[in-house]
Design a protein around this ligand. Structure first.
Ligand code: PRT
Ligand code: ZN
Length: 286
């Protein structure tokens, strides 16, 4: 029998949708994991295991799964024999220290001798060691934000996204311990046939992600602006240029990155570009 690459993803929660979407956009025909522990892609040698995110690093270390998608915070906290294969750019958040709003927080030394409630004891300990602070760590698995209010701790370290959970619990964010996003992690070594499947999948994920980060752009410009515009938006190799029936003008097609998109649009206009159309790209293969 041919080998299957076993990919562990979160069964339900904040990572589940993004993980499934990524695999589906990569062309894998899979069902969504409701009421099932695992499923096999119908058109690709992959088996998807649906697990609690906290268990994924251990399952990879134990060779039950080959690779998995978790938050970077979980990858760092668990300290298993895992390696980071690829950052996946969704479920972005940060792990922060927060204290009651009324406390007069003066800096990281304020934490000295205090009690910090968290679900991430290893990460907090590393942070304290780095800052040469001695403080108590109280590990709790959920509802960390209520700990100071009920007298369980002086401070917390928890995941923050918009900050509204901290706000509604009377807390203020005082230190960012780490930034996090979803990551693909794996064990130390795959068999060559599994590595081949993973490489194929990574290639597809790359195509999907670069497409998300880029837009197809079409514009009209006076011929004398072509050179400047080409150096601003060189595209994948170089732009396509077609003459317009209007003498002295061309239509230019290229690819533009999402990150500095608006800045580039402003410059294109200043170069004399008109009739700018921007169109999403579905897949992009360099
Ligand atoms: O059941 P299972 O163990 O699989 O899931 P879980 O409850 O442990 O995890 P889940 O689904 O809540 O989160 C999975 C991963 O998503 C985390 O490990 C992070 O990497 C990432 N992530 C991104 C978040 C958030 N954003 C987030 N906002 N994880 C949790 N939160 C929580 C946070 O704990 C806090 O309670 O949302 C609240 C803060 O949000 P704001 O917007 O109010 O600041
Ligand atoms: Zn969890």
């Amino acid at each position: 029998m041919n080998e299957l690459l076993r990919i562990a993803i979160q069964k339900s929660g904040r990572l589940q949708e993004g993980s499934l979407e990524l695999l589906k956009e990569g062309g894998l025909a899979i069902s969504n994991g409701r009421d099932q522990l695992k499923t096999q892609a119908r058109n690709f040698p992959v088996e998807v295991l649906f697990l609690r995110d906290d268990d994924i690093p251990q399952y990879i270390e134990d060779n039950v799964a080959d690779v998995g998608i978790v938050g970077e915070n979980v990858f760092i906290e668990k300290q298993k024999n895992n390696t980071l294969i690829k950052r996946l750019d969704f479920a972005r958040c940060r792990l922060s220290i927060a204290v009651p709003r009324s406390d007069n927080y003066t800096g990281v030394e304020w934490l000295s001798g205090k009690n910090i409630a968290t679900s991430y004891p290893n990460i907090v300990q590393q942070f304290l060691d780095k800052n040469k602070i001695k403080a108590g760590i109280h590990e709790i698995s959920g509802s960390v934000e209520i700990a100071p209010g009920i007298g369980l701790a002086d401070a917390i370290c928890d995941i923050v996204s918009t900050g509204s959970t901290l706000l509604s619990n009377g807390l203020k964010e005082v230190e960012t311990v780490m930034q996090s996003e979803s990551v693909l992690i794996g064990g130390p070594k795959l068999s060559s046939s599994k590595q081949e499947i993973l490489d194929k999948l990574l290639f597809r994920i790359e195509a999907v992600n670069s497409a998300k980060n880029n837009k197809y752009i079409l514009l009209n410009c006076p011929n004398e602006a072509i050179e400047k515009i080409t150096s601003l938006i060189p595209g994948m190799k170089s732009p396509t240029i077609m003459p317009l029936t209007r003498v002295g003008w061309s239509s230019l097609h290229s690819v533009v990155n999402e990150n500095d998109f608006w800045e580039k649009i402003d410059r294109l206009k200043s170069f004399g570009a008109e009739g700018i159309l921007v169109i999403p790209i579905e897949k992009m293969i360099a």
